[in-house]
Design a protein around this ligand. Structure first.
Ligand code: EPU
Length: 427
């Protein structure tokens, strides 16, 4: 097990290259199951969720060749198993995308039933609603969910709630189903569009991704392709916060500035200067931080995955900020850690009232989940002492080389191995 040791107080300056989007990659990798032939997927972030997806593909029977650190060639022709083992599917929540892909190709699929998580309950009723409308049946046994269909057919699905996962899973199942599927009240996130683009390159017929209605004409089969995953909007946003909180000057490369607009708009209101280029963005802060009102919403609203990072930034603003969480029930668990650092935050249900303070103090911190963990890193970078962050495994799930990238920008951050004896004493 590792922890991060961070000595904060330095403005971060320089250049950082953003990796591929985790939440696109974890759907595009299962999508290769639908293709007859080799798929070369480029710009895959080297993070544990991507490694887990590759391992699942391999266990199902796919041949996988690493072309380079971020490029893999995948041939799913010889997959002969439709059940993702309990152990592997529990390694990451997004294993549910294997349900849609296996259902589309084989008419059946099985993964572990996703339970609740640190963000609150994580139901998949809307995924199942779409599969059922397409003619599938589902059953749960020993914690595993199984979907099967004799004839998967097109259907008209009106989602009760806007869900990224249900939208992408329904697209996977519908791409090769018989007939036309219309999905209404769908998610419009950049990764939804990215999956549609990848499937279309494989020969699918999908229109409307990025709007709230998606139309999918089922095709007989899909073929191999070479596809490059879009840059990660949230990784980019996290480095923007790192620049803002340390009053630094950072240029991000390999980004799509359009995808960052909801984040850029808030950071400009908070007192940052942002310059957009074709595939780069420069952010700097020279003045004080101004308070904000933020409410997280489905795209193009402000992304929930940036909420903990922006709350940390607001702890140092001159005035009172209001942060409202509109997607997850339980996304303020990290606030206690910030209070230990001297932040003044009051949480009432889904709303956090943040009274800005002059400075945060170093403290022993815990990464309660992926984005909260990244937020702790930002908080530690803003203090003028040394903080340690435990349970960094959550952070490494979604941020490729975060320590090395921050070091390049001038941060004093190290990964330190925690001896097993220290862990058992702590338990
Ligand atoms: N929901 C339902 N029923 C469903 C599905 C979702 O009620 O069948 C509810 C959820 O409980 C939640 C809301 O709908 O309140 C939105 O959930 P969504 O399905 O959109 O979330 P997800 O697909 O499970 C993805 C990202 C999350 C991100 C959310 C929202 C992946 C792998 N995960 O989750 O990312 O927070 O969309 O944008 O794509 C992260 O990267 O740190 C992360 C948590």
């Amino acid at each position: 097990m590792e922890k991060f040791v961070i000595r904060g107080g330095k403005p971060l300056c320089g250049d950082v290259v953003i990796g591929g989007a985790k939440n696109a990659a974890v759907a595009i990798l299962p999508a290769t199951i639908l293709a007859k032939g080799k798929c070369v997927i480029e710009n895959l972030p080297c993070i544990s969720d991507v490694m887990a997806s590759l391992q699942i593909l391999s266990e199902l029977g796919a041949s996988i060749r690493m072309v380079s650190r971020n490029i893999y060639e995948i041939d799913t022709t010889h997959i002969d198993c439709t059940e993702v083992s309990n152990e592997l599917s529990r390694q990451m929540r997004a294993s549910y995308y294997f349900l849609g892909a296996l259902l589309g190709r084989f008419g059946s699929g099985q993964v572990a039933m996703p339970g609740g998580c640190n963000l609150g309950p994580r139901p998949i009723d809307q995924h199942l609603k779409a599969f059922t409308a397409m003619g599938a049946q589902d059953s749960v046994e020993y914690g595993m969910i199984r979907v099967t269909a004799q004839d998967l057919h097109g259907a008209h699905v009106f989602f009760d709630t806007v869900s990224v996962g249900a939208t992408m899973n329904a697209m996977l199942a519908a791409a090769t189903a018989q007939g036309t599927t219309i999905l209404e009240n769908v998610a419009r996130e950049p990764h939804v569009v990215d999956l549609a683009n990848c499937l279309n390159l494989m020969g699918a017929d999908i229109h409307g991704a990025g709007t709230d209605v998606i139309k999918i004409r089922g095709v007989k089969e899909l073929h191999g392709c070479t596809y490059s995953v879009i840059p990660d909007q949230i990784e980019a946003g996290s480095y923007m916060v790192a620049a803002a909180i340390t009053a630094g000057d950072v240029t991000l490369h390999n980004v799509i500035p359009k995808h960052l607009e909801p984040i850029s708009a808030k950071l400009i209101s908070a007192g940052c200067e942002i310059t957009e280029f074709d595939d780069a963005l420069r952010i700097r802060r020279t003045g004080p931080l101004r308070p904000l009102k933020i409410k997280t919403m489905p795209h193009p609203g402000f992304p929930t995955d940036m909420q903990p990072l922006m709350t940390v930034l607001m702890t140092l603003a001159e005035g009172t900020s209001i942060v409202t969480e509109g997607i997850w029930e339980n996304r303020f668990r990290y606030v206690d850690e910030l209070i230990h650092m001297g932040a003044r935050i009051r949480v009432d249900g889904q709303v956090a009232v943040v009274e800005g303070v002059k400075e945060l103090h170093p403290a022993p911190l815990r990464a309660t989940d992926l984005r909260a963990g990244a937020a702790m890193v930002m908080a530690a970078l803003a203090t003028s002492g040394t903080s340690e962050i435990d349970e960094t495994v959550h952070i490494e799930r979604g941020y490729e080389n975060i320590v090395e990238k921050l070091q390049e920008l001038g941060a004093d951050i190290r990964r330190v191995e925690v001896p097993v004896s220290a862990i058992s004493r702590a338990i």
